[in-house]
Structures are given as structure tokens and as C-alpha cells.
Design a protein around this ligand. Structure first.
Ligand code: HEC
Ligand code: HEC
Ligand code: HEC
Ligand code: HEC
Length: 131
């Protein structure tokens, strides 16, 4: 198996536990704020299905093909069996609105996903973990 990052696993798991539990335990007002920001971004860049289409051939820094625009609900056993959109600014920097001509927008990455896909691969967990 390909475990190029396994040394960092425990650290990453701890980090995931902290960041994900913050997400879980936050009150409704933060969830409302997040929903409002998602809606604002999607008012120009949406619908989400269009974003999925735009990045369907994306390759991560290891050359693995994976779509960064996937539904994730961290409360589900399979987090991708959902229609919950990840807040855009977990991965993207906000840019000026109205947009300016010379916005130097930094490329996003998949660090957010690596909270769970801790070996920085998107193969099945069961390839490495027995139940
Ligand atoms: C008023 C419309 C508008 C809103 C609201 C808006 N954007 Fe944009 N965004 C644009 C325009 C126009 C561009 C530059 C042209 C393009 O690449 O689509 C752009 C560019 C981008 C890019 C670079 C696209 C590329 O091709 O590399 C990203 C990423 C992005 N926006 C993310 C966001 C996020 C995240 C939000 C919410 C926090 C947001 N935008 C809100 C209009 C908007
Ligand atoms: C898990 C991280 C992640 C999340 C969450 C995310 N994106 Fe992206 N997005 C990426 C990556 C990675 C790319 C490809 C690299 C780049 O263009 O920055 C990308 C590309 C884009 C692009 C350029 C698409 C093109 O035509 O090439 C836009 C626009 C964009 N995202 C907007 C959004 C908006 C709006 C949201 C929220 C609804 C969002 N993203 C949520 C990671 C993410
Ligand atoms: C809360 C944890 C979690 C987060 C965050 C998460 N995933 Fe997943 N992902 C999973 C689990 C669990 C599976 C199911 C894998 C299995 O069945 O072995 C999965 C499966 C997948 C699969 C399917 C693998 C296959 O071959 O069927 C892909 C692709 C994937 N995730 C990509 C992503 C991307 C891209 C992100 C970031 C936008 C992300 N994941 C964020 C937990 C997560
Ligand atoms: C490429 C192989 C690989 C993949 C794929 C993988 N893991 Fe792991 N995982 C490991 C290794 C190696 C460790 C470290 C085990 C140890 O040293 O005790 C680990 C540790 C963990 C731990 C820490 C607790 C433990 O069992 O030691 C969790 C939780 C975990 N993985 C969850 C996941 C989830 C969820 C997925 C799928 C989203 C996944 N892993 C995918 C190889 C992998």
C-alpha cells in the first residue's frame, strides 16, 4: 500500500477531530452565516453542479484525479451521500466584490479533504483499514 504520509497520521487525526468537532458543535448562527456565504458565492459561480462540471478533470498535487467540488456532510457515515455543500472559504480566499480586473486569486487545494483522507489519497479507506 501507498502510505507516503503515515507519519503524520496521528497529528492529522487530532487536527481533524478538533476542526470537525468545532464544525459540529457550533451554533445555528454560524451555520446560517456559512449558508449565506455559500449562497453569495454561488449567486455568481453556481449552481454547484456547474462547479462540479468545471473541475471534473482536476488533479491533486499527487496527480490523482479527484473532483474538489463534492458534497460532504461530516455527520454521515458516508459523508458524500448527502447534498451538503462545503463552505467555499474553507478552500478559497474570498475576492473583492464587485470583482476587479487584476485579482490575483490563489489556487485552492484539498487540505480540507485530507482531514479525513489522511494519507492524501482518495482510494477507499478499506484498502488499508480492515473494519
Ligand atoms: C458578483 C459576482 C461574484 C461573487 C459574489 C463572487 N465571485 Fe468569484 N469571481 C467572479 C468573477 C467575475 C471572477 C473572475 C472571472 C472568473 O474567473 O470567473 C471570479 C473569480 C473567482 C475565482 C477564480 C476562478 C478561476 O477561474 O480561477 C474563484 C476561485 C472565485 N471567484 C471564488 C469565489 C468565492 C469563494 C466567492 C464567495 C466568497 C466568490 N467567488 C464570490 C464573480 C463573483
Ligand atoms: C475542498 C476545497 C474546495 C471547496 C470547499 C470549494 N472549492 Fe472551488 N476549487 C477547489 C479547487 C482545488 C479548485 C481548482 C484549483 C483552483 O482553481 O483554485 C477549485 C476551483 C474553483 C473555481 C474555478 C473553476 C474553473 O472554472 O476552473 C471556482 C469558480 C470555484 N472553485 C468556486 C468555488 C465556490 C463558489 C465554492 C463554494 C460553493 C467552492 N469553490 C468550494 C477547491 C474547493
Ligand atoms: C468527514 C470525513 C471526510 C471528508 C471531510 C471528505 N471525505 Fe471523501 N470519503 C470519506 C469516507 C468515509 C469515504 C468512503 C470511503 C469508503 O467507503 O471506504 C469517502 C469517499 C470518497 C471518495 C470515493 C472513493 C471511491 O473510490 O469510491 C472520493 C473521491 C472522496 N471521498 C473525495 C473527497 C473529497 C474531494 C473531499 C473534499 C472535498 C472529501 N472526500 C472529504 C470521508 C470524508
Ligand atoms: C493508503 C492507506 C490508507 C488509506 C487509504 C486510509 N488510511 Fe487511515 N491509516 C493508515 C495508516 C497506515 C494509519 C496508521 C495506523 C497506525 O500506525 O496505527 C492510519 C490511521 C488511521 C486512523 C487512526 C486510528 C487508527 O486506526 O490507527 C484513522 C481514524 C483512520 N486512519 C481513518 C481513515 C479513514 C476514515 C480513511 C478513508 C477516508 C482512511 N483512514 C484511509 C492508512 C490508510
Amino acid at each position: 500500500m501507498k502510505c507516503h504520509k503515515s507519519k503524520y497520521v496521528l497529528f492529522l487525526m487530532l487536527l481533524a477531530a478538533v476542526t470537525l468537532s468545532l464544525g459540529l458543535t457550533s451554533g445555528t448562527s454560524r451555520a446560517d452565516d456559512e449558508a449565506a456565504v455559500i449562497e453569495e458565492c454561488l449567486s455568481c459561480h453556481g449552481p454547484f453542479e456547474d462547479l462540479m462540471e468545471a473541475t471534473k478533470d482536476y488533479q491533486d498535487e499527487w496527480g490523482e484525479k479527484v473532483n474538489p467540488h463534492m458534497y460532504v456532510d461530516i455527520t454521515q457515515k458516508n459523508p458524500h451521500q448527502s447534498t451538503k455543500i462545503v463552505p467555499c472559504i474553507k478552500c478559497h480566499e474570498a475576492h473583492p466584490v464587485p470583482p476587479e480586473g487584476d485579482m490575483a486569486i490563489k489556487k485552492a487545494n484539498l487540505k480540507y479533504c485530507y482531514n479525513c483522507h489522511h494519507d492524501e489519497t482518495f482510494e477507499l479507506c478499506s484498502n488499508c483499514h480492515k473494519e
